[in-house]
Design a protein around this ligand. Structure first.
Ligand code: M6R
Length: 368
């Protein structure tokens, strides 16, 4: 069932354009209004929500971090993102106007389930974003948005992550529509960007051979750093997690602005640093990222940069340059994570590891 691929993970990475397309089917009425009918949460209830807390673990937690940027920007509703395993131990402030969003691919993660139980005992409403029909997490939640990744077999989450991002964007836009925020006017435009994503992901999959070459070239490294900013920061964390779990390498993701506050001391000659460059925009993010890249390179790092098509400013500072399609910054994780997935999958393969069943890990973590 691997369709001729060596690993389920590789097959699942390649399935992402379809998974994202499937996650967008039926989300708009003929008049262009966004609909999330299956969710079972009334618009009045959503309108009353004054705080959102996202709880999840691992890759799903990083999807939640991206969601925070999108929800706060489009809906102006404050969002906290919390590791499910920490949530109930800090006496969180929750009430009936708090919406808990629990993100889980498997729907069986014990940490997340326990956090849901705690939230519901405090009268909060829980909305699950889940890939597994009828699993425990949606069953114990008030509402659910199913992702449409199809079964994910590889232990490392890939298409699960992309479809979680899509569900989070849809939720954010839906809340904006219901609350009538000023970004309501832009929903149509953002939806059109989302609908173009399967093609963009296909384009970025076209970099696979280049990425595989880079993975082979760096197979003997002992450590890899990942840098990102804004929505690219969770992507850096997720890229590092993929490499840890599959290649058993020291890998760390940082918000690029934090470099100078400590991590830059780690940089030494030849250290590979993967840099997720934000699109050039009206803000200063791009320029700040560029100076972070210059800083690490000046200290001997080998910079592998992921930057959008036409961004020439990166060229002088990139030892390798992987091109991304031009997309809005909030949606960029849907394309920027793909080369990082390919990189981890290939590097682990070159090292001779079992990519689908990495040591010490299980697909569903059903113990706390
Ligand atoms: O099934 P879940 O989304 O609740 O799983 C959460 C994590 O255990 C999971 O994302 C884990 O980090 C993956 N192995 C990452 O690739």
């Amino acid at each position: 069932e691997k369709d001729g691929h060596d690993w389920f993970m590789r097959k699942e990475i390649l399935e992402q354009p379809r998974a994202v397309a499937d996650s967008l089917i039926g989300r708009r009425t003929p008049s262009g209004q966004l609909q999330l009918d299956e969710m079972r949460l009334a618009d009045e209830e959503l309108r009353d929500v004054d705080k959102i807390i996202i709880i999840a673990c691992g890759t799903s937690f990083y999807a939640g971090m991206v969601a925070k940027y999108a929800i706060e920007h489009w809906t102006r509703t404050p969002v906290e993102v919390e590791l499910a395993s920490e949530f109930r131990y800090r006496d969180p402030i929750i009430d009936a106007t708090t919406l808990i969003v629990a993100i889980s691919q498997s729907g069986e993660t014990a940490d997340t389930l326990q956090a849901i139980r705690h939230a519901r005992s405090q009268r909060a409403k829980v909305l699950a974003i889940c890939n597994t029909n009828g699993s425990s997490i949606p069953r114990e939640s008030d509402a659910v948005i199913y992702t449409h990744a199809g079964p994910e077999i590889g232990v490392a989450s890939t298409k699960g992550f992309l479809t979680q991002l899509v569900a989070c964007y849809l939720l954010a836009l839906y809340i904006a529509q219901v609350k009538g925020t000023r970004f309501g006017d832009e929903i149509d435009e953002i939806m059109r960007h989302l609908e173009a994503m399967p093609d963009h992901i296909e384009t970025v999959l076209g970099t696979a051979e280049q990425v595989y070459g880079l993975a082979a070239e760096h197979a003997s490294t002992r450590s890899v750093l990942f840098l990102g900013r804004h929505a690219g920061y969770p992507v850096a964390l997720e890229g590092a997690l993929k490499l840890k779990e599959l290649a058993y390498l020291h890998a760390e993701g940082f918000a690029a602005g934090e470099l100078k506050h400590g991590p830059i001391a780690l940089v030494e000659d030849g250290l590979p640093v993967l840099c997720v460059v934000p699109p050039k925009g009206r803000d200063q993010l791009h320029g700040k990222m560029l100076s972070g890249i210059q800083e690490v390179r000046a200290r001997g790092a080998r910079t592998i940069c992921l930057a959008e098509e036409g961004d020439d400013s990166i060229e002088p500072y990139a030892d390798a340059l992987i091109r991304l399609p031009k997309v809005p910054v909030l949606l960029q994780p849907l394309v920027s994570i793909v080369p990082l997935q390919l990189f981890a999958c290939e590097l682990a393969t070159v090292l001779g590891h079992d990519v689908d069943q990495p040591r010490n890990l299980a697909k569903s973590v059903t113990v706390e």
